[in-house]
Design a binder for this molecule. Structure first.
Ligand code: NAD
Length: 326
C-alpha cells in the first residue's frame, strides 16, 4: 500500500492532431508529434529495442509511429503495438514502400503485405512511397525502369498500387516522401488521388520554404523528417550539429523550461508542419511530446529560419538530395 502511494503517476499526454486532405478518407487526423523509428547502428537487437521504444512511446501518450519497410526493427514495432494494450484504432501507423526495394505496381502491392505482417495489423493509417527513385542514384535494375532514363513511370506504377490499396480500404491515407515539386506535378498529371502527405527532410540546416508553400497551397501535409538533424550520425560531420547550433541555444535561453530540441520541434510545428523525432529514451520522448504549451515569438521564428547553411566539405543535408532523382 505504502509503495503504491509513492509510485510516480505518469499522465499520458494528449497530442493534438491535424486533419488530412486529398488522398485521405474523411475524418482521418494525423497526430502532430510522431515517433521516428528504426535502429541504424547495426544492432542485432533492433527488434527488441524498437519493441520497448514503441511500448514506452504509447504509454506516454504518443500515438503516431513513423515506420518503413526499409528500417531495421519493424517487427519489434509490431510486437510493441500488440503488447502495449492500446487499442489499434487509437494508433496512427505511417509506413513506406519503395525505399530500398524496387518500385512498380506489383512490387509495391507485395511490399505492402510485408508491412502489414511487420505491424501485425490489417490496415495502415498512412502509406507513403518512400523515395521518388533509388536514393543512391544510378540504375537499380528495376523492371519498371528498363529502357528508361527517368523514374517517372516507376513512380506512376507505385502510386497506382497505393491508390488501389486506398480504394480497398487497406490504407486510410496515401502520400509520398522525398518528392520535390516536379515529382509531385507528375502525380497530379495522372489525374487520380493527390498525396495527403509529403515527408521531407526538414531541420535548421535543410529546409525548403518553396516546397513547403507548394505543398501547403495544395493541402498536402508537410511532414518533417530528421527534424533534429540526426545528431547521433551528424555530430562531427556538421560542425556544430543543428541541435547544438548557437542560434538554437540562444533562442532556447528565451524559454528557460525548454531545451534546444523542443525549440526546434516547436519551430517546425509553428510553421504548420508535422514531425517525428526518433528516440528510445523516456526523457527525450517526454520533451518531444511537450512542445504544445509554449509559443516562439516571431523574432525567434525568424532567427531559427535563418541559421546559416553548412559549407562544403560539410554535407548540406542528412539524406541524399532527391532533386537529383530524374
Ligand atoms: P532525428 O533528427 O529525429 O534525430 C534522432 C536523434 O536525436 C537520436 O539520436 C535521438 O537520440 C536524438 N533525440 C531525440 N529526441 C531528442 C531530444 N529531445 N533531445 C536530444 N536528442 C534527442 O533524426 P532521424 O532519425 O534521421 O529522423 C527521425 C525519423 O524520421 C526516423 O526515425 C524516420 O522515422 C524518419 N526518416 C524518414 C526518412 C525518409 O526518407 N522518409 C529519412 C530519415 C528519417
Amino acid at each position: 500500500m505504502l509503495i503504491l502511494l509513492f509510485m510516480p503517476i505518469v499522465f499520458a499526454i494528449d497530442v493534438p492532431s491535424v486533419p488530412l486532405f486529398n488522398g485521405a478518407k474523411p475524418g482521418v487526423r494525423m497526430p502532430i508529434m510522431g515517433l521516428g523509428t528504426g535502429v541504424y547502428d547495426g544492432s542485432p537487437d533492433a527488434d527488441e529495442i524498437m519493441k520497448n521504444a514503441t511500448k514506452l512511446w504509447l504509454s506516454l501518450g504518443g500515438r503516431r509511429l513513423d515506420c518503413s519497410n526499409a528500417y531495421p526493427g519493424m517487427n519489434g514495432v509490431g510486437q510493441g503495438i500488440e503488447e502495449s494494450g492500446v487499442d489499434r484504432s487509437e494508433i496512427f501507423i505511417t509506413s513506406k514502400v519503395a525505399g530500398d526495394s524496387p518500385m512498380g505496381y506489383n512490387e509495391s502491392l507485395s511490399e505492402f503485405n510485408t508491412v502489414l505482417g511487420q505491424m501485425r495489423t490489417t490496415y495502415i493509417d498512412l502509406l507513403l512511397i518512400h523515395w521518388p527513385g533509388p536514393s543512391q542514384g544510378g540504375d537499380p535494375g528495376w523492371p519498371c525502369f528498363k529502357g528508361r532514363t527517368s523514374f517517372s513511370y516507376c513512380r506512376s506504377q507505385s502510386w497506382k498500387a497505393l491508390e488501389l490499396l486506398y480504394k480497398q480500404n487497406k490504407v486510410r491515407a496515401i502520400g509520398v516522401s522525398n518528392f520535390e515539386a516536379n515529382h509531385l506535378q507528375e502525380i497530379f498529371a495522372l489525374g487520380g488521388e493527390i498525396p495527403a502527405v509529403n515527408q521531407v527532410e526538414f531541420n535548421g540546416y535543410w529546409n525548403e520554404p518553396d516546397l513547403v508553400k507548394f505543398c501547403q497551397a495544395r493541402n498536402i501535409t508537410y511532414n518533417c523528417y530528421s527534424p533534429l538533424g540526426t545528431p547521433d550520425f551528424m555530430k562531427g560531420k556538421w560542425k556544430p550539429a543543428v541541435i547544438d547550433h548557437p542560434v538554437v541555444a540562444n533562442v532556447s535561453q528565451h524559454y528557460p523550461k525548454k531545451t534546444n530540441a523542443q525549440v526546434l520541434l516547436r519551430w517546425e510545428h509553428q510553421q504548420g508542419l508535422v514531425t517525428n523525432p526518433r528516440s528510445v529514451n523516456k526523457a527525450h520522448m517526454l520533451e518531444n511530446l511537450n512542445i504544445f504549451d509554449f509559443s516562439l515569438t516571431d523574432d525567434d521564428m525568424r532567427k531559427l529560419s535563418s541559421i546559416p547553411k553548412p559549407q562544403p566539405p560539410q554535407p548540406k543535408k542528412v539524406c541524399p538530395d532527391p532533386h537529383n532523382i530524374p
